[in-house]
Ligand binder design. Sequence first.
Ligand code: ADP
Ligand code: MG
Length: 222
Amino acid sequence: MEPLIATHDLKKVYRIGKVSVPALRGISINVQEGEFVAVVGPSGCGKSTLLHVLGGLTRPTSGKVLVDGNDLFGMSDAQRTRFRAHKIGFVFQRFNLLPTLTARDNILLAQQIGDGCNPHRFASVTAMLGIVDKLRYRPNEMSGGEQQRIAIARAIVCEPKILMADEPTGNLDSENSQIVLNMMRAVNREFRQTILMITHNPAAAAVADRIIRMRDGHVVSD
Ligand SMILES: Nc1ncnc2c1ncn2[C@@H]1O[C@H](COP(=O)(O)OP(=O)(O)O)[C@@H](O)[C@H]1O
Ligand SMILES: [Mg+2]
């Protein structure tokens, strides 16, 4: 089966003035449709850089990224933005909800991000995430765990091929972390949603099917 994400010898060097910071030193990984993959490793080892490159947000210094058979950085910027909006949902540590909008409207923003996608999963996604009775609240009226569940709903309501999450439990206490992780697993199982999740949290790695360990810009185990 052709992998959903494929990359071979991917490298990224950041340049700050005359200083070069190698963040990815040759990463080769494949992710299959339906997998729930956790990427773990110490701070600074390149996890976020990897996610940003695989998600089309940061251009690699060398190496190709194929997503669903498409060469992500062979496209124009406009094509890549459009492609990303259709194929990839993102969740970040800091929720990134709009403070003036209700939970419902924050989730439905996905329609605009996704170019008028049809959020027909709205009812099933909000039920699965346990947020049906939160939909009229604004972010500052909800707990961190609830806000992150809203952010996950927004990321998946338009049925992206891939959900990418960068430290989704990084701002949550252990109880809310566990709730969010259990829901990520449910989303993976129920919707067969492919998930690529970066994390420091050992409990987080335990809900995934596969753990990729990074150190110093390399994959050290998979
Ligand atoms: N935008 C950037 N500009 C310069 N250096 C960066 C940038 N982002 C990350 N880095 C550097 O790249 C390395 C990997 O960072 P990052 O991917 O954020 O690691 P992690 O997410 O594992 O903590 C670190 O040395 C970091 O300082
Ligand atoms: Mg990071």
